[in-house]
Design a protein around this ligand. Structure first.
Ligand code: ZN
Length: 471
């Protein structure tokens, strides 16, 4: 990649330029050129609010205020309406590491119990957009439950009201913010390398506390993914700068970058020299070294391409700890060395299958012994057998045999008087469809056909025998 003469966001502001980075465009290619939409982070919260944010990131400028029929807190008419129309300064674009700030409350609306929507004159809280979940933290002593942006209006959802016009202090949850920064920069590295080696686009992105998920537009084999993973980590070790800029339109038109849109200005470019250049709206770490480590954790075929999951930074360390703990526990349970737990589990499976086969064989033998106690067809019309338990297949085979020998019913009941029985019943002479109606009237639950029934029966063996002897 060649040199990239651009003006940074911060520098632009210093020079008095209006640097409106990013609102109109999507991050990381999440928005497809054919008009596809972002994947939403925090879907539950989204559904709860009943808002359709799919087009939020594509909206330009500061349009209408956020919806909702809540009442204005301390609202007094025109002055406040004018205040709330002012543009919110997005501090997170100027410095992703800023966690403390003060701001003036432009409006506060009660949306529902314990949920108040607040608009500020400036904010360091990154709203949900581009597939990345919103920041959390504290604002004016209230918890920030969510932050949304729609039509350019950034709305903070709090668990309590704030006085309109007051200056309040805000603190961004740094642990969460930095974790997201590490994951997001790691994602750019991987997406940049995939794009470079295979030409695929990143067509889906989801970043939440639980998962980082990215979709690519073509298939990638296992060995190729290992190579991408290693190369991505080499980019981390190289401690490359992560450069953010808003190129002027003339420069932008000649620039090659991922997630290129039709927009000609106000595009925020995040570049990792030699690795990736992409239009993106999110805070990033200053250098690739801060990503710590990049580990791909899962891959599946998805819509003609692949869906990857990955972890970076502290999240990767925690993932390693968890897997190490699992390995140690399995090792102890199997009494094998950690490096041999796969063979240990395989041997355990084989022993289990052998034990199940032996159990089946013994159960069938037992059923045969118990069947020998049933009086023969020369002296009984029905063959009825009650056992504690028996394999379903063996029960069915024996009932079929008996149905051809006895003039009446052949049935085996498995269970006990206290808990009831499950049963299989057959007959060559009795209409089982009609019998089913009789049995259901007695509390049986059963289904089947003309010569066959199965289901469950309540009550005692004596009562069931009495019902069937009448048939
Ligand atoms: Zn991005």
């Amino acid at each position: 990649m060649g040199s990239n003469p651009t003006i940074s966001t911060k520098e632009g502001r210093k020079q008095g330029m209006e640097v409106l980075c990013l609102r109109p465009f999507p991050c990381c290619g999440k928005r497809q050129k054919n008009g596809g939409v972002y994947e939403q982070a925090g879907k539950k919260e989204k559904q709860q609010r009943g808002k359709d944010k799919a087009d939020a990131a594509a909206a330009e400028g500061i349009g209408e205020k956020t919806g909702g029929k809540g009442k204005e807190m301390r609202g007094n008419g025109t002055d406040e309406d004018a205040m709330s129309e002012r543009r919110t300064r997005e501090l997170y674009y100027e410095d992703g590491y800023q966690t403390q700030f003060s701001a003036q409350v432009l409006s506060c609306k009660e949306e529902r119990d314990r949920d108040f929507s607040v608009i500020l004159d400036q904010t360091a809280f990154f709203p949900e957009q581009g597939g990345q979940g919103a920041d959390r933290g504290v604002l004016g002593g209230r918890s920030v439950l969510d932050v949304q942006v729609q039509d350019g209006v950034i709305t903070h959802h709090l668990d309590g009201a704030l006085p309109v016009g007051a200056t309040v202090a805000g603190t961004v949850d740094w642990e969460r913010r930095y974790d997201f920064m590490q994951q997001h920069t790691g994602e750019h590295i991987v997406s940049g390398l995939v794009h470079h080696h295979f030409g695929y686009d990143n067509v889906g992105f989801h970043l939440s506390e639980e998962e980082t998920r990215l979709d690519f537009s073509g298939p990638i084999g296992e060995q190729d993914l290992l190579r991408v993973e290693e190369e991505a980590n080499r980019a981390v070790w190289s401690n490359l700068p992560v450069l953010v800029s808003c190129p002027e339109p003339a420069q932008l038109s000649t620039l090659s970058y991922r997630s290129k849109l039709e927009l000609k200005k106000n595009v925020r470019i995040v570049e990792i020299p030699g690795v990736d250049r992409c239009a993106c709206c999110a805070p990033h770490v200053r250098s690739t070294a801060e990503v710590g480590i990049i580990k791909l954790t899962g891959v599946m075929n998805y819509k003609g391409g692949v869906r990857l999951t990955m972890v970076c930074g502290l999240r990767a360390l925690k993932d390693y700890r968890n897997k190490q703990s699992c390995g140690e526990q399995i090792s102890r349970l199997l009494s094998v060395r950690q490096g041999e737990i796969t063979e240990g589990v395989r041997a355990l499976q084989e022993r289990l299958q052998a034990a199940e086969s032996e159990n089946q064989r013994l159960s069938e033998m037992l059923l045969e012994r118990q069947a020998a106690s049933v009086p023969g067809p020369e002296c009984r019309r029905h063959a009825l057998l009650f056992v504690e338990s028996a394999p379903q297949g063996a029960m069915r085979r024996l009932v079929n045999t008996w149905a051809g020998q006895y003039r009446g019913l052949a049935a085996i009941f498995s269970g006990n008087d206290a808990e009831g029985y499950r049963f299989i019943l057959g007959s060559r002479t009795v209409d089982c469809t009609a019998l089913a109606e009789v049995l259901r009237a007695q509390g049986f639950r059963c289904g089947g056909g003309k010569g066959y029934l199965q289901g469950s029966a309540p009550g005692s063996e004596a009562k069931i025998r009495a019902i069937l002897q009448e048939q």
